[in-house]
Design a protein around this ligand. Sequence first.
Ligand code: GRF
Length: 202
Amino acid sequence: MKRVAILISGGGSNMVTLARDMLEGADHPARPCLVLSNRPDAGGLAKAEAMGIPTAIVDHQDHKGDREGFERALIAAIDPYQPDFICLAGFMRILTPVLISHYEGRMLNIHPSLLPKYKGLHTHARALEAGDTEAGCSVHEVTAELDGGPLLGQARVRVKPGDTPGSLAARVLVQEHQLYPAVLRRFMAGNRTLLDLENHEA
Ligand code: GRF
């Protein structure tokens, strides 16, 4: 049985859907072994505990100005749970080669844009400002380039008249919850081909 550690910073809705797929989905080859947050107040921690998943906190505030020290503390907290894969799910930290090289080839991230467009923050506002007719989310392998690793999956939604960043984010989040579990299953099976969820009625 493969083991997956999920890193969060906030509400953890992507963590919940990944964990549910592993715990309740049919014939899933993995189980969640840890949910870790860099923020002690992350709402996702209580959700993980309610699902019986071990949790941990490594507060980045304890490592002010020392990104690499923070990441060494992350590794020290994560590795005792012996994860085979790491899923970043709303984990709002920019990573250095310390963490990336340690988990190279087995760390995924979900980003709320159709990469390579809109790396970084405020993705939905930027898509709306640009007048894009579609938006969406991407799952990629984590490499040294911020939001830039090999693409593994994308889901698209049509931008609707009157959309705000909030309304668009809400529709994209529904797609994230479809995309990430599907991509993790494929990744574990060694399938690196792009999964493209066209979902224009969304
Ligand atoms: C999601 O939009 C995700 O794409 C981004 O963080 C947001 C919140 O995710 N990385 P979650 O509800 O904490 O999973």
